[in-house]
Design a protein around this ligand. Sequence first.
Ligand SMILES: O=C(O)C(=O)CO
Length: 268
Amino acid sequence: MRYAVNCSLLFTEVPLLERPAAAADAGFTAVEFWWPFATSVPSDAEVDRFVTAVGDAGVQLVGLNVAAGDMPAGDRGLVSWPGRETEFADTVAVIVGIGERTGCRAFNALYGNRLDGVDPQAQDDLGAANLALVAEAVAAIDGTVLLEPVSGAPAYPLCTAADVLAVLDRVGAPNTGLLADLYHLAVNGDDVDAVLAAHADRIAHVQVADAPGRGEPGTGELPLARQLDALADRGYAGWVALEYKPATTTTEGLAWLPREQRAAVQPA
Ligand SMILES: O=C(O)C(=O)CO
């Protein structure tokens, strides 16, 4: 497996711009981030600092979340949020620029919560249009748009792999894929083994955490090692990102993954 580490949930002991170097020190060569800026359209200087932090650390950025609103307040994406279309288009332009400069090619576009008083059909119509927009934009850099089922967000409508695949089928863009977060899928009650068996070819990125608790593998009850083996057997050769909340410290929590398995090379 080719592992990457999510620097929005791990290495939070140090400031965000120091995390790529912390990941490199721990033996990783690939990182991913949730949207790393306070606003959907950061200044050029903020983008420069982020790109420089990744480059100076010598790690590869292999996944980046598109701006998703105020995540600590509960927002989970702008894709299906009427009234924020211009902001979404502007932030897409920023991710394309970051992709050009870093080589990042996978962009996780969180779909967005259902909104009080807004017709779900209208949200889904906008969601399809915005996903088509971001897919077309990142196609220019050979990028892929990831769509993810999320747990712990009661108003987020995409809970299962089937929910995500139905949206992607509607969008119809070739450069989209399922982000199979094995934790979110399991917590939402999806049949993860069946998803991996039926849809390995549509999985463009994988994330792992154990459940309950969203801690590192081994802290819960999920059969993650077996499921990753099943994915490999079915030809999945993409990234597996560690996207969990370390039970104690990041370093202690990494004991489950021997250092020699942390470095990765880019999948062909
Ligand atoms: O909101 C979450 O839990 C996520 O995994 C975002 O990517």
